[in-house]
Ligand binder design. Structure first.
Ligand code: PMP
Length: 461
């Protein structure tokens, strides 16, 4: 048998990957023709590939490595836990110390009375839990007809049948017959793309009020919950107008429906506070968490619920759970991650020092001729590429072509940025230094220059 290691030539690793590995959200044949990028190591905010190239990871992996790469304490916490108790479940009237300690730590960090966590292994699983949880909650309260969950177009809540149905991604719905029943979508608060000549705040109010219209249309007695990402991440880092969330909150309160804040990306410091619900003044009954909970070092997610929801849920046997709900190793890693984020003041520093510095650098990209807007909150930002700034026009080429061109120039120049259609997005590790922020902004500007030139040369502008 061939030993496959980091030291193998890249071409051999690529061939083996092409032969046996199916990639998420990827056109396999296209990728295999080109050859996949092999990442071999990472430290701080820097990734190294199999050819020895170094890249600044402005995406923190998939929005998750909040703590940065290479923290030995997390590896040690995992090893310790694996030796002591590598696995036990939390079914059948049993628990273990890592699950107790982590649920207590989460309760101490989350705002309001969000004091109870149901664990999963990912954001998708946690949102699937939420669907069953809110329906069970209402059934227990004697209102079993409350089944509908309202979400938004262009939302992302995961890839399983339930969570992808909550999401509002059309290409996902088209593959596999989604959404499942009793999930409905309203418009998104995406002023740049959809606001036309409206004032952004007016537009935000209008989009929030679609919730009220939808509740009235479907029948208020049938609506169980509303779910939203405080800032849409995978949809393109869409920071809603200030008017949006207070109006959503007012409507949820008025109709007494549960409000679920999907904090899978936004949580654990990303927006400059521990949770974006604090940044936007949202008071959710349920919060979905994952990603930054363990900084991606181990798979874990959860639904954090308020006292009242927990009380109702505890009044029945909720027939739901995963083999790895509260996996001891993931819990131990997450706990160590939260300890470091907290005790080293990383979240606080990200919000108070790094975020304002990055904001200045990021917003300056709006001066580039290819950029229609540059927005950022905390350490989560986006720029919209456009052939015409004043009108916020889209490119005539297929949506995403300009974004893809820009992303390729980023990679070639030592910067990992993601493109969502023709928006470029960032979400760097919270530990990024000011020097690294400078590097990020310089490389982004260079990639924009190169993309601009290529778009002009190819007649795409
Ligand atoms: N919710 C949001 C807001 C997300 O961004 C994601 C993942 N990008 C998920 C849920 C799903 O999480 P996972 O990929 O861990 O299943």
């Amino acid at each position: 048998m061939t030993m496959i290691t980091n030291h193998m030539p890249t071409a051999e690793l690529q061939a083996l990957d092409a032969a046996h590995h199916l990639h998420p959200f990827t056109h396999g044949h296209d990728l295999n023709k080109k050859g996949v990028r092999v990442i071999t190591r990472a430290n701080g905010v820097t990734l190294t590939d199999s050819d020895g190239n170094e890249m600044l990871d402005a995406m923190a992996g998939l929005w998750c490595v909040n703590l940065g790469y290479g923290r030995d304490e997390l590896a040690e916490a995992a090893a310790r836990q694996m030796k002591e108790l590598p696995y036990y479940n939390t079914f059948f009237q049993t628990t273990h110390v890592p699950a107790i300690a982590l649920s207590e730590k989460i309760a101490s960090l989350t705002p309001y009375d969000l004091n109870h966590t149901f664990f999963a292994s990912s954001g998708s699983e946690a949102n699937d839990t939420n669907i069953r949880l809110v329906r069970t909650y209402w059934a227990e309260k004697g209102q079993p007809e409350r089944k509908i969950i309202i979400s938004r177009m262009n939302a992302y809540h995961g890839s399983s049948m339930g969570s992808a149905s909550l999401g509002g991604m059309v290409p996902m719905h088209e593959q596999g017959d989604m959404p499942i029943e009793n999930i409905h979508h309203i418009g998104q608060p995406h002023w740049y793309a959809e606001g036309g000549d409206m004032d952004p705040e007016e537009f935000g109010l209008m989009r929030a009020r679609e919730l009220e219209e939808k509740i009235e249309e479907l029948g208020p007695e049938k609506v169980a919950a509303f779910i939203g990402e405080p800032i849409q991440g995978a949809g393109g880092v869409i920071i809603p107008p200030k008017s949006y969330w207070p109006e959503i909150q007012r409507i949820c309160d008025k109709y007494g429906i549960l409000l679920i804040a999907d904090e899978v990306i936004c949580g654990f410091g990303r927006t400059g506070d521990w949770f974006a619900s604090e940044s936007f003044g949202i008071k959710p009954h349920i919060m979905t968490i994952a990603k930054g909970l363990s900084s991606g070092y181990a798979p874990i997610g959860g639904s954090v619920v308020c006292d009242e929801v927990a009380d109702v849920l505890n009044g029945c046997e909720f027939s739901h759970g995963y083999t790895y709900s509260g996996h001891p190793v993931s819990c131990a890693v997450a706990l160590e991650n939260l300890r470091i984020l907290d005790e080293e003041g990383i979240v606080e520093r990200a919000g108070k020092e790094t975020a304002p510095y990055l904001k200045g650098k990021w917003e300056a990209l709006a001066d580039h001729p290819l950029v229609g807007e540059a927005k950022i909150q905390g350490l989560m930002g986006s720029i919209a590429l456009t052939p015409h700034k004043e009108s916020r026009a889209a490119f005539a080429a297929d949506k995403g072509t300009a974004g893809l061109i820009c992303r390729e120039h980023c990679f070639a120049n030592g910067l990992v940025m993601r493109h969502v259609g023709d928006r470029m997005v960032i979400s760097p590790p919270l530990v990024i230094t000011k020097d690294e922020v400078d590097m990020l902004a310089d490389r982004a500007w260079k990639a924009l220059d190169l993309a601009h030139k290529q778009l002009e040369d190819e007649g795409l502008m």
